[in-house]
Design a protein around this ligand. Structure first.
Ligand code: AMP
Length: 304
């Protein structure tokens, strides 16, 4: 019998407005749970999301998750408006300027995990209020791997709660400016050490177009980013990275150094696709063949 390798993701489902030097989109599908679940769905067909949307959430978006086999039993439809985020990027595509964050229905969301998801083996606490991340985690029984993400918004507002969460997770994911903000260290190795001192055994620091660093007690790893010519919208790159990495690890099941390295590369490859177009558009056209082709190219670029 095939063992349970299901993935549970809590995070935002959002309506985004985005402006980059390459164009502008109003009210498109976004959110950390959206990007990460779609990305993971290329590696695992047993994914559920825990999130909330308002009555204004376009019905046509629901079918996009369903078409990729994502279970929406944990997606609540509440009275009120969906989470909305607006970001502008200048030519430094690594960090957006947040124009607004409207939590809307997230402000009083009390997550409840459907019965069948309580035994999920792989958990992604995608970017959302750390109090909600903790509430979801407390309802999961015996997970094998817990990956947790965050962003400056929560570091600024919920620092204590976030630091408290670190002892209950296996891998913490953040970008370089967030690692510096959280730790007060400029050097990323020192920042990772500071973060691990709160109990997480490993830290992944995303450096946008410069790749990703992995730190743990046992080994460190640095993966470059795939060299891209077309970047139109960096939104969701981090979540897509996380979904790809966790998707791969849940597929191979064995969490060891070679698989973590490969997972980091698969995550980078998934992120390299999503930034080629606005919102989730590139992922809708993506095939397993495209992913495998880019994996082979990545190997050639990075080996010496
Ligand atoms: P990323 O570019 O991977 O960091 O994630 C971008 C996504 O995060 C966008 O689709 C936003 O809707 C979502 N987002 C922005 N701010 C927040 C926040 N404070 N909490 C949760 N999700 C957010």
């Amino acid at each position: 019998m095939r063992k349970n390798n299901s993935i549970l993701i809590i995070g935002s489902v959002a309506v985004d407005s985005i402006e980059t030097p390459f164009g502008k989109r109003e009210s498109v599908l976004g959110g950390s749970a959206t990007y990460s679940s779609l990305s993971a769905s290329f590696f695992n067909k047993n994914i559920g999301i825990i999130s909330v949307v308002g009555r204004d959430f376009p019905k046509r978006y629901m079918s996009l998750y369903k078409a990729r086999g994502i279970n929406l039993d944990g997606l609540k439809i509440a009275e009120g408006r969906t989470f909305r985020w607006k970001g502008n990027y200048n030519y430094d595509l690594n960090s957006p300027r947040t124009v607004y964050t409207h939590l809307n229905v997230f402000a009083d969301f009390d997550p409840e995990i459907p019965r069948h998801s309580e035994t999920s083996k792989f958990v992604f606490l995608a970017n959302i209020d750390p109090d909600l991340q903790r509430r979801v985690l407390s309802q999961v029984k015996g997970p094998e791997l817990i990956l947790c993400d965050t962003m400056n918004y929560w570091i600024d507002r919920k620092r204590k709660s976030l630091l408290k969460l670190l002892k209950n997770i296996d891998m913490f994911l953040l970008n370089e400016s967030e690692a510096r903000l959280l730790s007060g260290e400029t050097n990323l190795k020192k920042a990772a050490k500071f973060i691990m001192s709160y109990g997480t055994p490993s830290v992944i620091i995303k450096k946008g177009e410069h790749g990703v660093l992995f730190f743990s007690k046992h080994f460190s790893f640095s993966a470059p980013a795939y060299i891209l010519e077309t970047i139109r919208d960096p939104t969701g790159a981090g979540d897509t990275f996380a979904g790809g990495m966790l998707g791969y690890l849940s597929h191979v099941r064995k969490i060891n150094s070679p698989n973590i390295r490969k997972g980091l590369v698969y995550g980078s490859i998934m992120a390299s696709f999503v930034v080629e177009d606005f919102s989730i558009n590139r992922m809708l056209k993506l095939t397993k063949r495209d992913i495998n082709k880019r994996y082979r190219e990545f190997r050639r670029i990075a080996s010496f």
